[in-house]
Design a protein around this ligand. Structure first.
Ligand SMILES: [Mn+2]
Length: 538
């Protein structure tokens, strides 16, 4: 199945980012595009209220644009039990044109790997190695490999590992005991071998053994097999009877299904096997990977909504592919390898653009989606009071109100009532409530925004939070952090800020300031950021 396209808002998502992701993914789905809404972080209480009110789950959390092995196509991992004979393993590999098979233990965990080279090692093995290997062989495995019939089964079969082909009567008797002896239908030779106390006689071709010989074999506990194979064929195949446990490689480089393709490429570059097992956290084999898979996988694709700057977007964005942007912010310099669609408009809310796109494509807007988009407009434009508000926002707001059947004023009151008081938030939550980072010239600055319903609330958090901001500036090397605590009714914002470039705020907004409250300043994007950009670029 083709991977979905993720529709994502910015980090530290506000209501618009989450609602835009969900409603734009829905629009794409109606246009037969496999899109899925994603989020990059937790969601704030206002957004939680909105999702609950209109019956939506929070979108899928996306931590990185890199792909894990789980997200790319890999091969099936062929797993076998270690009791398999070498012949069975070789047939298995050749039939599937496979490079290697993975051997698992009784619990299904990876025990080792068997490759063609493991299996063909017997071709170059010396006598001593072959004897050592054959001394571990079982009767059942020989029977299976030679397609043999047991004419006399010995009690507790064991052997020395020596294999003899068609010995003559002149053979030294000392060599035969405990050996496996391949013979023809010559009764004299058969009996001679039994007398010599071999472990096994394998009669090839025509089955000819008389009762006297069988009785003799029983008395001497010598196993007698008959195989339809020729003596020559038999002597070749018998070395493929031992179990693969005796020739498998135990020390295997394995990859976890949750590792990224980057990490795996890096490790693979240092080794040169053809195929590697992929395991889950319990070391159970879930697939097989080779270099081919790492050169040919499809990157994760993203549609960015409500942002367009890499610093605000998903981690490792350079490893993914941005295919579209729908936004209402300044352009912050994302580079793409292919042409992309960008819908960027000067409006108060991304959802106003998305609502227009529903009209453009003539896709009916369901009640829940209309609710999400309406709430996003209320949130981003402070119920149409923000100076960023445009006619488009007002028009789309009106249309969505009609579908939802509740007024913006009513919903706005509910949203304010249900958003957390800043007093109840930890400094970390407060900082990242709606936090955006910007690169302006060589400066790294950040502007956060939170709703603050009263001066009492602001006074309650001011001292401790200012200290927290000062720490953050130092540890994260910001030149300036400004947090705007904005009145949800739209009268202005308390400005709390610190950093080497704090003078920019002092100078840029002095005519609005009264007792740390910036009258009428409620839009980061339209009223605050441009002033900072201008002063820092001088
Ligand atoms: Mn927005």
């Amino acid at each position: 199945m083709k991977k979905p396209i993720y529709v994502i808002g910015h980090k530290n998502a506000d209501c618009d980012s989450i609602c835009s992701a969900i409603s734009y993914a829905y629009l794409k789905q109606q246009l037969q595009i496999h899109a899925v809404a994603g989020r990059l972080s937790g969601i704030n209480s206002e957004t939680r209220f909105v999702l609950d009110k209109f019956g939506f789950q929070e979108p899928e959390l996306i931590n990185t644009a890199k792909c894990t092995l789980k997200e790319i196509e890999i091969d099936e991992g062929f797993i076998v039990d270690k009791s398999l004979t070498m012949k069975e393993a070789l047939d298995f590999i050749l039939q599937r044109k496979n490079k290697g098979i993975f051997v698992v233990n009784d619990e299904g965990k990876l025990d080792g790997i068997v490759s063609v080279s493991n299996l063909t090692s017997i071709l170059t093995a010396n006598e001593q190695e072959l004897v050592a290997l054959m001394s571990k062989v079982t009767l059942a495995n020989i029977v299976k490999t030679l397609n043999a019939t047991v004419l006399n089964e010995a009690v507790e079969f064991t052997c020395s590992g020596q294999v003899y082909l068609m010995p003559s009567l002149a053979n030294n008797l000392k060599m035969l005991p405990k050996g496996i002896v391949i013979v023809g239908n010559n009764i004299e030779v058969q009996r001679f071998v039994i007398d010599a106390k071999a472990s096994m006689i394998i009669i090839c071709g025509e089955n000819w053994v008389d009762n006297v010989t069988l009785e003799k074999a029983k008395e001497n506990n010598v196993c007698i097999l008959h195989t339809p194979l020729s003596a020559l064929n038999c002597s070749q195949l018998i070395y493929q009877s031992p179990s693969i446990e005796h020739i498998m490689t135990h020390d295997v480089i394995r990859f976890n299904i949750n590792e990224t393709t980057e990490a795996v490429s890096h490790k693979m570059a240092k080794t040169r096997y053809r195929t590697y097992p992929v395991v889950d956290d319990e070391h159970r084999v879930v697939g097989a990977i080779s270099r081919y898979h790492l050169f040919n996988y499809e990157k994760k694709r993203f549609i960015l909504v409500d942002h367009n700057e890499a610093s605000q977007s998903v981690n490792d964005l350079e490893f993914g592919e941005v295919i579209e942007i729908v936004d209402h912010h300044r352009l912050g310099g994302i580079e793409t390898s292919n042409p992309i669609n960008i819908t960027s408009k000067i409006v108060g809310c991304t959802c106003s653009i998305i609502a227009e796109l529903y009209l453009l494509y003539n896709i009916p807007i369901p009640y829940g989606i209309a609710g999400l988009m309406l709430c996003a407009i209320i949130s981003d434009t402070l119920n149409l009071k923000s100076p960023t508000t445009t006619d488009t926002d007002r028009k789309m707001g009106k249309m969505l109100e009609g579908i939802v059947g509740e007024s913006m004023d009513e919903i706005s009151q509910q949203m304010i009532y249900n958003s957390d008081s800043i007093v109840n938030k930890t400094p970390l939550q407060l900082l990242y409530d709606d936090f955006k980072e910007f690169r302006i010239s060589e400066y790294k600055i950040a502007i956060g925004q939170s709703q603050c319903k009263s001066k009492e609330e602001y006074d309650a958090i001011k001292e401790s939070f200012k200290a927290y901001l000062e720490d953050t500036v130092k540890t994260n090397h910001y030149d300036l952090i400004l947090i705007m605590f904005t009145d949800p009714m739209g009268s202005g914002s308390y400005f709390l800020y610190t950093g080497k470039k704090a003078w920019v705020i002092d100078e840029g907004f002095k005519e609005f300031m009264e007792d740390e409250f910036a009258h009428t300043l409620i839009s980061r994007k339209k009223q605050v950021l441009p002033v900072i950009v201008e002063l820092l670029s001088k």
